[in-house]
Design a protein around this ligand. Sequence first.
Ligand code: NDP
Length: 294
Amino acid sequence: MTQILNGKELAAQIKDEIANRVRHFTMEGQRPPHLAAILVGDDGASQTYVANKEKSSKEVGFISSVYRFPATTTEAELMESIEFLNNDDEVDGFIVQLPLPKHIDERRVINAINPNKDVDGFSPINIGRMVLGEEAFLPATPKGIVTLLQRYGIETEGKHCVVVGRSNIVGTPMANLMSRKALNSTVTLCHSKTADLPSITRQADILIVAIGKPEFVTADMVKEGAVVVDVGIHRIADSTKKNGFRLLGDVKHGEVDAKCSWVTPVPGGVGPLTIVSLLENTFDAYLRSKNLKK
Ligand code: NDP
């Protein structure tokens, strides 16, 4: 029987745990953790993501601040505010919401973030630390997926994990984490140039899909009994829905779910854990900056 990896429920539980820990420190007279976000331009999806992060931060008792800049902001102006946040002792961690307008070099901006405040885990220092197995801020989505698998007690050791998609923020770090000693999977990382993708995905005990194509993975690509994690999220216009759209993943759930032992729904699977991971990273940054114990 197929079981659901319920990210929404787990995220609520972890948020409660974080909120209790925050309360513990504030009752001792410490200031709460502080997560800041920089948002450049008026991209609708980015605004929604930042609003969700702000809301979740407040729910767990963090201070949340959002620095909004117009799309015409120059790279130099953005760098100035990064420098300000890098040096602000009242801010434990901050994120720069991507994508940035085309005239700004994203890599240069990310590289400028103080690695000790880089709670998105996108800076080369944090990625390097992750690959070396050192303490690091892990990128939020892969970290959230690891949390989901571990909290649901999914066996990963010795399993064949196939990751589809090799982006810097999802697929590549995901493959790395699954192959590490804590998880001990044997990993295959696939991408758009992979030959005969279905023959590889069909070998997966754990299939993690992050390709950004609605309902790309069909039942014939999945082994009976596989654990399937769907990272994709797509808004598809749907006039029958009250809000005018429905959400689809990268997996065709209508036909795939019946073959899975465990599967993440869309929405309510990976997404809620992504935000929780950001909160966890911020809380860790807070503990570190204030020399508090975990
Ligand atoms: P990217 O577009 O950065 O990367 C997509 C990857 O998929 C690339 O590596 C690409 O290969 C690969 N790919 C594309 N087409 C194929 C194909 N036909 N066969 C095999 N591989 C293919 O996407 P992201 O990793 O940023 O995001 C993936 C999805 O996850 C999106 O839908 C995004 O919205 C969602 N997402 C959801 C999050 C959440 O919290 N739920 C967080 C982040 C992302 P190549 O490298 O060769 O081009």
